[in-house]
Ligand binder design. Structure first.
Ligand SMILES: *Cc1c(COP(=O)(O)O)cnc(C)c1O
Length: 378
């Protein structure tokens, strides 16, 4: 995807939203990123040229060397996958790093704001608080759809970044594509569309909107559908001028050699992705149906993600019951809008059966002694 000349003025304006300090910044330049050509004797980075304490040749060679700061191979591969240019891709230590850097690029502490639509992913708020950035809230409607008129009322010249999470964590529902377009039109700042769970949804990616709206940043991650949470690798996909601002302020070696090499291999496993996504969707439907029959369950919210949000008559009772059987789920009872709700990651068939059986059992002293864990992470 290449950007038409016509958006130049537009992107200039968007780039101009960045903090003065970032626009003026002289970035750290690692010796390796300046060097082009074939190198024989590398004595520029104070690496240990005798070798590495541990060698993992089956993953990647030369662990004594710093990783590629520009992640060329990985970005080229992602560019093909997402049908964009490699200069439209930022690779981070998880997509959480991209969220952090976006706030640091665009939001002046104590002055600028992000706009979020609670209940939503908690890290937007945490990162804003760390950076001293104001938080504007336009709550989701009671059915968890985005409240466009609420956003319209809340958004102002302070709103540097609007975060839309689709499918949304923890509610599970996607934001309709037409709504995302409406919000993109409304936003003079940056619109981040967090697509951590899009592989589980019937939904077009906002990547297809990048050309029309150069202020959109799409977030993707290897942590969910690809099953690679352990390597901490996530991406931001956006206009090259936005990506270059992220590149400018990232730590030079933000993604380890192990992560880059492993990510490259993971991305070849398209079959794994489609198989696992299909299984999770099947289990999502089955678990939702089974739990909705449970008399202690008030509602299972429809999900386009790899988890379901379940409202109980008393979520503390359900949580403790699951805990007593060694099943860990995410308690969202204290989240406004999610009272008495638990967020349950879709497990394997056996894990889901354990949840169903545990919640159907009448006492806390559950007979199942098997310890089953359902990932409690984000
Ligand atoms: C899990 C999650 C992320 C973070 O993913 P990482 O790449 O592991 O940092 C981002 N956004 C949402 C909504 C998530 O649930």
């Amino acid at each position: 995807m290449s950007f038409p000349k016509g958006d130049y003025k537009n992107i200039k304006l968007i780039e101009g939203l960045a903090r003065r300090a970032i626009l003026d910044l002289v970035p750290y330049s690692s010796a390796r990123s300046e060097y082009v050509g074939k190198s024989e004797i590398l004595l520029d980075a104070n690496e240990n040229t005798f070798g590495s304490a541990v060698d993992l040749p089956s993953v990647c060679s030369h662990l004594n060397r710093y990783p590629d700061p520009l992640q060329i191979d990985l970005r080229n591969k992602l560019a093909k996958l997402y049908k964009v240019n490699s200069n439209q891709i930022f690779v981070g230590n998880g997509s959480d790093e991209a969220i952090d850097l976006l706030l640091r690029v665009f939001c002046e502490p104590g002055k600028d704001a992000i706009l979020i639509t609670p209940p939503t992913y908690g890290m937007y708020e945490v990162i804003a608080n760390v950076q001293g950035v104001l938080i504007q809230r336009a709550n989701l409607s009671s059915d968890f759809t985005v409240d466009y008129s609420g956003i319209k009322k809340t958004i102002n010249s302070k709103s540097k970044i609007v975060f839309i999470c689709s499918p949304n964590n923890p509610t599970g529902n996607k934001v309709e594509f037409s709504e995302i377009v409406k919000i993109a039109k409304l936003t003079a700042g940056i619109l981040v569309v967090d697509e951590a769970y899009i592989d589980f949804a019937e939904q077009d990616s906002a990547i297809s909107l990048l050309q029309r709206f150069p202020n959109i940043v799409v977030l993707r991650t290897l942590s969910k559908a690809w099953g690679m949470a352990g390597i901490r690798t996530g991406f931001a996909i956006a206009h090259p001028r936005i990506i270059s601002l992220l590149q400018k302020i990232k730590f030079p070696y933000n993604v380890s050699s192990l992560s880059q090499a492993t990510a490259l291999r993971a991305l070849d496993q398209k079959k794994f992705l489609s198989t696992v996504v299909a299984k999770i969707k099947t289990e999502r439907a089955r678990l939702s149906e089974q739990l909705s029959k449970n008399p202690d369950v008030v509602k299972v919210f429809p999900s386009d993600a790899s988890f379901i949000l379940v409202k109980f008559k008393n979520s503390n009772l359900a949580f403790n019951k699951l805990n007593a059987s060694g099943i860990i789920v995410r308690d969202r009872n204290n989240t406004k809008g999610c009272e008495n709700c638990l967020r349950i990651s879709i497990g394997t068939r056996e894990e889901n059966n354990s949840i169903i059986a545990c919640l159907n059992s009448s006492t806390n002293s559950n007979k199942s002694k098997k310890i089953k864990k359902v990932a409690a992470s984000e």
